[in-house]
Write a protein that binds this ligand. Structure first.
Ligand SMILES: [Zn+2]
Length: 456
């Protein structure tokens, strides 16, 4: 079983070899609490038709054409499904995950609408489009795909944007041509390599998802055809797969991305297509799709073992912990560390430790400083560290903003080198995040000069 597993993964690993190995999590993207019910994973599970529309700007038409783009879009959806199914089979969990396999092995019912309806994007200026909408009333697609640079950039008040997926006001995926300009099906640029890609894509699209015997060698061909493009982020196939991951309900997995306090997926990030690292689905991406499918199927109580073979098991969409486990989230000027405990899954409580550089050089730069410190005592123009430590409680695992501090929290700020200014704050919270009392100690040149206490 393992041998087979690795044989399947080998070409993908070869592509990755140049990059440092590191592991990735699968927290569903938090905005999914909006509109959740009628989106892609739910539609797949319900075997409902999924309508989509495609808008290609003039510059997009220099990179692709409607047929080619549509084939690559379908291919990207298929790659998510067949790869995840393959991970399930090769991990020997076909029986346990049979209802999911049944979803993944069935062809999605994709229906293209003749054009995209721009009416929901009210802030957009139609003059930014190379091909204005016909004016006929067309329905809003379940998934609108825009390969263009201006309309959405200007709508968001920017000159240029990165690819993104959004559910608001309607599910739409935007791929700027400035960013995604490598089309592996471009025969003029890539010749024989492009022909191999087109052939593998055609055959894959013609092969039903359940036909694993055919799918496997075809997927190998696809990997080979994609190899010279490596993990290039400008590759259209990659861009579509990554953004579709969001459409399936998965969040970005960059180590620096703070996905709120969702207790879904793994505590520690692992590498995959959702952290812009690989061109093809990783075991972590497959873990993520299984979690969102289980949720859509109301099978969240079902356990499964991570396809990454790292000893992680999931239950209720969460990693099952037998000992405390940390996640370190680096950010500009500091880090946040969260320690999760086996009981975090039930009581939602974890330890938060935050350390960041702050300074008092300007009013703007003091913004990160905790509001209960006494600003009037701070020396001007000094930098230093602010450290916070205390337990947080997640009130709703589906809503990252819905978390509160509980118990004792200690926050300390140290400004300046040599003779320092320091303020230490101890706060006490009840189980619902209500501040009960605090004590503030102010030190100047290491001497305690003031103590203030308040009880509410
Ligand atoms: Zn993303």
């Amino acid at each position: 079983m393992f041998k087979k597993y690795f044989a399947f993964l080998l070409p993908a690993l070869a592509v990755l070899a140049a990059c440092p190995a590191q592991a990735l999590p699968t927290a569903p993207v938090y905005t999914y609490r909006n509109n959740q019910k009628n989106f892609l994973t739910q539609k797949l599970v319900n075997k409902e038709p999924i309508t989509y529309c495609i808008y290609l700007s003039k510059s997009a038409r220099e990179i692709t054409n409607l047929q080619d783009f549509e084939d690559t879009l379908k291919l990207s959806i298929k790659l998510w499904m067949i790869n995840t199914a393959q991970f399930i089979r090769l991990s020997g969990q076909e029986k346990e995950l049979a209802p999911l396999l049944a979803v993944l092995e069935k062809e999605p019912n994709l229906q293209r609408l003749p054009e995209c309806n721009f009416a929901p994007y009210k802030k957009g200026n139609l003059q930014d489009l190379d091909f204005p909408p016909s004016g006929k009333k067309v329905p809003v697609a379940d998934l609108s795909v825009f390969f263009e640079d201006r309309f959405f950039a200007h709508m968001h008040g920017q000159e240029a944007i990165y690819p993104f997926f959004s559910l608001v006001p309607a599910p739409h995926l935007v791929l700027p041509t400035k960013y995604l300009n490598i089309n592996p099906a471009d025969e003029t640029l890539f010749g024989e390599q492009a022909r191999q890609f087109i052939s593998a894509r055609k055959q894959l699209l013609q092969t039903p998802n359940y036909d694993t015997k055919q799918i496997k060698p075809l997927f190998m061909e696809m990997l080979k055809a994609m190899q010279p493009f490596g993990n290039q982020r400008r590759n259209l196939v990659y861009g579509l797969q990554h953004e579709l991951g969001h459409a399936f309900g998965l969040a970005d997995q960059l180590p620096s991305v703070d996905n709120g306090d969702l207790l879904l997926g793994t505590v520690q990030p692992r590498r995959g297509i959702m952290d812009n690292f690989t061109t093809f689905l990783s075991c972590d991406d497959a873990d993520g799709l299984v979690i969102v499918l289980q949720k859509a199927l109301n099978l969240t109580n079902q356990r499964f073992t991570s396809f990454c073979q790292d000893g992680i098991t999931f239950s209720d969409g969460m990693e099952k912990l037998s000992a405390p486990k940390q996640r370190v989230i680096p950010s500009k000027g500091g880090t946040t560390t969260r320690t999760y405990y086996p009981q975090t899954a039930t009581n939602g409580i974890y330890l938060m430790e935050k350390s960041e550089y702050v300074n008092t050089e300007s009013e703007e730069s003091t913004r990160k400083i905790y509001y209960l410190f006494d600003f009037s005592r701070f020396p001007k123009g000094k930098g230093g560290f602010q450290k916070q430590r205390g337990k947080m409680k997640i009130l709703d695992p589906n809503d990252p903003e819905n978390r509160v501090p509980v118990g004792e929290h200690v926050t300390e700020i140290t400004l300046g080198a040599g003779p320092q200014h320091r303020q230490t704050l101890k706060e006490n919270y009840d189980d619902n995040g209500k501040l009960l009392s605090y004590t503030l100690e102010i030190y100047d040149e290491e001497v305690l000069t003031d103590t203030r206490a308040k009880t509410f």
